[in-house]
Design a protein around this ligand. Structure first.
Ligand SMILES: NC(=O)c1ccc[n+]([C@@H]2O[C@H](COP(=O)([O-])OP(=O)(O)OC[C@H]3O[C@@H](n4cnc5c(N)ncnc54)[C@H](O)[C@@H]3O)[C@@H](O)[C@H]2O)c1
Ligand SMILES: [Fe+2]
Length: 396
């Protein structure tokens, strides 16, 4: 298999690295006079956007903070309206400071600035013609790994869909991994985004496009996240756990960039597009059930992932265990984590009922970019059955 691995131009990492962002921008991007800072309400409230604006000013870079805040799971139309408001103003760099929603929006705003076309025409793979404005991406969740991927996901409310835009032109010039920025994550966001990161690693590892480069990042992401997700959830102020989660998330993104996600993500998209379920929550709900539904096809890879999970959690395995037993142990762990970190297990909580399942399955089956990477080809009936696992019958 031939693999092309790409990632962010440079990566600045470590606790406190946020305080060196301006200096790095200077040394990585050369002559920068104006920056546009894209962010979200939680980040404004934490004071980080203003802190970064001042830091940039001290190195002679004038930064405007985009007036409109990015909302979670951004809609294509909202990003286009923001682009229209920016109008003819020119910036040397766009800086995204926030969760995956902010980072994806920043990538797309930068692409819109140099490609005079609607986002709709960029959907899918390799549909961006020109390089965008250079970007710097600073994640505050752990996370999507968007800071190291060529992906940006948009919601299309009128079509009740979420769709990916994938292009090498979306890689940032600089990614900054500072775990201190994730210390304020609420428990529910820690849980959902952490499980999303784990899903990136596991799906990249079991997927048909898995290769030696993606395997390396995926296994290390699995090890790191396994060893820290419960601690990050229960003790959010642990910088060690937050740090492991942020590296795990970035490595998950690198695995995803070299391989790709699969059926869990494909099934999650319609839950987000039609019912507004947050990306991480949808993936976390689905992950154990999708793996269980394809245990035969993934047992040997899942048993290797189990080894990395055992390394992360420090849990001793029995070396006489065969691949099937280890894969089942991994499944039990996933189900246990989702319980411990409070991932909802009932789609009815989001207004989904039995009659919605056939159309949800149909929508998921159309996400061929991801379904084609899945080890097992699911029939529509099998996809429905996976969703049905999350609609427990009352009284049973
Ligand atoms: N580009 C990619 O490779 C990729 C991969 C996976 C998911 N995604 C997309 O990313 C989006 C989801 O991103 P996400 O899961 O990071 O969530 P998010 O960016 O939507 O953030 C979730 C919530 O947490 C808040 N928040 C973020 N950082 C915080 C902090 N440090 N302290 C307190 N609150 C904070 C946000 O304001 C928001 O309310 C979805 O649209 C998803 O489809 C993209
Ligand atoms: Fe994801």
């Amino acid at each position: 298999m031939i693999t092309l691995f790409q990632t962010a131009g440079s990566i600045l990492a470590g606790a406190g690295s946020f305080r060196s962002v301006a200096g790095q921008i200077r040394s990585q991007l050369g002559s920068v006079r104006r920056a546009l800072l894209v962010t979200s309400p939680s980040i404004r409230r934490n004071g980080w956007a203003e802190e970064l604006r001042k830091q940039l000013a001290s190195t002679g870079i004038v930064a405007d903070i985009l007036e409109d805040d990015i909302r979670p799971e951004p809609a294509a139309g909202d990003i286009e309206s923001m682009h229209a408001k920016i109008g003819g103003e020119t910036f040397d760099v766009y800086i995204g400071l926030g969760g995956g929603s902010v980072l994806d929006a920043t990538k797309l705003l930068a692409a819109l600035a140099t490609n005079n076309r609607p986002l709709e025409s960029m959907l899918g793979t390799d549909n961006i013609e020109n390089d965008g404005i250079p970007t710097v991406l600073i994640p505050t969740t752990s996370g999507t790994g968007s800071e190291v991927t060529p992906n940006a996901i948009v919601t299309l409310p009128e079509r009740q869909l979420k769709i990916g835009i994938v292009s090498r032109r979306l890689y940032p010039k600089l990614a900054v991994l500072d775990p201190e920025l994730t210390l304020t994550l609420p428990k529910a966001v820690t849980a959902a985004t952490g499980m999303d990161a784990f899903t990136h690693a596991l799906e990249s590892f079991i997927g048909r496009k898995a290769n030696p480069i993606s395997d390396m990042f995926a296994l290390e992401a699995i090890r790191l996240i396994s060893g820290s997700i419960i601690e990050a959830y229960e003790n959010g102020s642990s910088i060690a756990a937050r740090s492991a989660m942020l590296y795990g998330s970035a490595y998950g993104g690198m695995a995803l960039a070299a391989s790709g996600t699969a059926a869990v993500h494909a099934l999650a998209y319609p839950l987000g597009g039609r019912f507004g379920i947050a990306h991480g929550v949808a993936n976390a709900m689905l992950l154990p059930h999708v793996m269980e539904a394809q245990l035969d096809a993934v047992a040997s890879r899942l048993s290797l992932a189990a080894e990395a999970m055992r390394q992360g959690t420090g849990s001793i395995g029995d070396c006489s265990n065969d691949a099937g037993t280890e894969a089942e142990w991994a499944l039990e762990q996933l189900a246990e984590w989702t319980r411990r970190v409070g991932i909802p297990q009932n789609l009815a909580e989001y207004g989904i009922t039995e009659p919605d399942l056939p159309s949800l399955a149909e929508s998921a089956s159309h996400v061929t970019r991801l379904m084609d990477n899945n080890p097992k080809s699911f029939t529509l009936g099998e996809l429905e059955r996976i969703y049905r696992k999350l609609l427990p019958v009352e009284g049973i």
